[in-house]
Design a protein around this ligand. Structure first.
Ligand SMILES: NC(=O)c1ccc[n+]([C@@H]2O[C@H](COP(=O)([O-])OP(=O)(O)OC[C@H]3O[C@@H](n4cnc5c(N)ncnc54)[C@H](O)[C@@H]3O)[C@@H](O)[C@H]2O)c1
Length: 265
């Protein structure tokens, strides 16, 4: 039997396109990078962990497709300016940005959140995504062409899907996505968000639900339980491929739930 996530993705042709995928050393970002590359795009595989980025590049190369690794923290604005500059020097254009890197909170109530955790979650999930778009957008505007796909979350749509910090950060990212979509809609640029449901990745650091605060988890649990089934990262990569492709030419500024129906409940 073919497992759901082993189904071949659709045959979208991205030959000649260049793409940056952040947080592409694991989970959703890796699946997006592989899928874009298999569809013909050349991919810059960014991750903060070098081994992970290199492994994704090796997987793409093994599939006979093109990628290069970039090891940097998207929350470091100089590093972001550097890798976007490198991408421009190499390709002369950036067609697709999948702004995907992100980290969880501990599903804590506001009163329990440390300033350090709050700042880091916002640094990666909002400010880092802003840094990458700020660096990429002038090039897309000059080309009057570009597709940005931000990995948001169900927690960007509802309050009970994670802890206060992650929910606040993902709502901010949803707002940023819509603002970019509207600001540049008349310049050939589209910017959309994907809101994954429960996707099997490394985001909890292999700790599963034990990584989370029991009080916050008890409150978020019933909302999470509405998501009846988890999926693999390919479910999100398929949606990213569509939104990044010309087939989505009239789709701009949406927050697309990819969640097996969770948001509908
Ligand atoms: N897994 C889910 O159920 C789920 C649900 C909703 C949204 N998301 C979002 O999906 C995105 C990808 O998460 P995932 O589930 O694939 O997790 P993951 O931990 O498997 O992958 C995330 C990758 O991002 C990298 N990363 C972390 N911080 C970084 C930084 N500052 N700069 C560059 N790279 C960095 C990590 O090293 C890792 O390889 C995140 O934005 C996350 O919030 C995930």
């Amino acid at each position: 039997m073919i497992k759901e996530d082993d189904r071949p993705e659709s045959k979208v042709d991205l030959t000649g396109r260049s793409a940056i995928v952040t947080g592409a050393g694991s989970g959703i970002g890796r699946a997006i990078a592989l899928t874009l590359a298999r569809s013909g795009a050349e991919v810059m595989v960014n991750d903060i962990i070098g081994d992970r980025a290199n492994e994704t590049v090796a997987m793409i190369a093994a599939a006979g497709c093109k990628a290069a690794a970039n090891v940097s923290d998207i929350a470091d604005e100089n590093a972001v300016a550097g890798f976007v500059g490198d991408a421009m020097a190499h390709w002369g254009k950036i067609d697709i940005l999948c702004n995907n890197a992100g980290i969880m909170d501990k599903i804590e109530f506001v009163e329990d959140v440390s300033t350090e955790l709050w700042n880091r979650v916002f640094a990666v999930n909002v400010t880092g995504q802003f840094f990458v778009m700020r660096a990429v957008l002038p090039h897309m505007r000059a080309a009057r062409k570009g597709a940005i796909v931000n990995t948001v979350s169900e927690a960007g749509l509802r309050g009970g899907a994670a802890g206060a910090t992650y929910v606040a950060a993902k709502h901010a990212l949803a707002g940023l996505t819509k603002s970019v979509a509207w600001s540049h809609a008349n310049e050939g640029i589209r910017c959309n968000g994907i809101c994954p449901g429960a996707i099997e990745t490394n985001i909890t650091g292999g700790l599963g639900l034990e990584a989370f605060d029991p009080r916050g988890l008890a409150r978020a649990g019933p909302v999470m339980a509405l998501c009846e089934r988890a999926a693999g990262p390919q479910a999100i990569a398929n949606a990213a491929l569509f939104l990044a492709s010309d087939a989505a030419y009239y789709i701009n500024g949406v927050m697309l739930p990819v969640d097996g129906g969770w948001m509908a409940g």
